[in-house]
Ligand binder design. Structure first.
Ligand code: ZN
Length: 341
């Protein structure tokens, strides 16, 4: 009951990259960088295990950013001439690469870190990839001329990598779709279909993570404009409930998401966010347990997974470590209480 997992990213150690940044510069290059990425991955595998988590991830130590890490292995993308683009409906500006030709994978994207992860833990492992709609929203298109067409082109590439990750022994492939909270009409017309294309043929568990973003200032400001009740999930959960995706990861603790929206995910496993990534204050096990228990009103207990609200990449490393421990302790407390009736 209540297995624990992180949404995806963890902070990079100061010797690997700049800290507290969403697009940090690497400290090394070439072979030294490749080795440093794997060393950091190993460190976080151990930290997650020591904290007592049930599903272990690579902490996204090998990618500079959760979208651009994938794009770096895609042909047809010009990284030399980045352009400024307003992303997530112009919530913030980012320098993004441009799609200039038909996209194709250069080869495997995450083989090294997925295989390292599989080799160093006997627990279940989860691997994250950006979702097609979020990729489309984080790149400038100069070739396809349609967000939908571009999304399906990327979905095919994501599917190739996802099938290869499954062959590496990955138990859960998760697609990150923060853009689903921004473009509900597109989600319903092609977003979920593109997601299913990315997950096509997978026999391992499939998941989608939908959130209100990292705890960066632009997102914190945006959240202030969303009012007392954040009802974005209401527009996309029915389509996800009808989809073949197994698990949905959502924000809960300290958010203004009405918890009853989880009831719209009937039949799905729900990864409920019980750790806030926009605050450095570490949750007590009691808060975590209470958030989990409140979700039980809307999700059956055998379908509830305790998770973080979002990735922890831009956070302080010590804070992230403490939050991993709070996650595990809180879930253990909730389990104890259930057992005691
Ligand atoms: Zn997120």
């Amino acid at each position: 009951m209540f297995p624990t997992a992180i949404a995806g990213s963890l902070p990079k150690p100061a010797w690997l990259a700049e800290t507290h940044k969403l697009w940090p510069r690497w400290r090394e290059e070439g072979d030294a960088l490749a080795q440093a990425k794997l060393d950091a991955t190993l460190l976080w595998i151990k930290a997650q295990e020591d904290a007592g988590l049930d599903v272990i991830g690579d902490g996204e130590q090998s990618r500079q950013h959760f979208v651009h890490g994938f794009l770096e292995q895609v042909e047809g993308i010009d990284f030399e001439h980045k352009v400024e683009m307003g992303i997530r409906a112009d919530r913030y500006k980012a320098m993004v690469p441009q799609v200039v030709a038909a996209v194709r994978l250069k080869g495997r994207v995450h083989a090294a870190e997925a295989q390292l992860l599989r080799a160093h833990t006997t627990k279940k492992i989860k691997f994250t990839l950006p979702g097609p709609m979020t990729i489309v929203d984080t790149v400038a298109d100069r070739f396809y001329g349609s967000r939908e067409k571009l999304a399906f082109a990327f979905a095919e590439l994501l599917n190739q990598e996802a099938l290869a990750l499954q062959a590496d022994g990955v138990d859960v492939v998760q697609f990150d779709e923060p853009a689903f909270n921004v473009y509900p009409d597109e989600v319903n017309t092609w977003g979920v279909r593109a997601l299913e294309r990315a997950a096509q043929g997978l026999r391992c568990k499939t998941a989608v993570h939908i959130c209100y973003g990292y705890g960066i200032p632009a997102n914190v400001e945006w959240k202030k404009t969303l009012g007392d009740q954040w009802r974005q999930y209401e527009q996309v959960f029915p389509a996800l409930a009808a989809s073949r995706i197994d698990q949905v990861s959502l924000e809960c603790i300290h958010s203004h998401v009405p918890p009853d929206l989880m009831a719209l995910l009937k039949g799905k496993e729900v990864m409920v966010g019980v750790i806030d990534v926009a605050s450095d204050r570490v949750e007590t096990p009691e808060e975590v347990a209470q958030t989990l228990t409140s979700a039980l009103r809307f999700v059956p207990k055998d379908k509830l997974i305790a998770c973080t609200n979002c990735g922890m990449a831009p956070m302080d490393r010590a804070v992230a470590q403490a939050k991993l421990e709070a996650l595990a302790k809180g879930a253990a407390l909730a389990r104890q209480r259930q057992a005691a009736g």
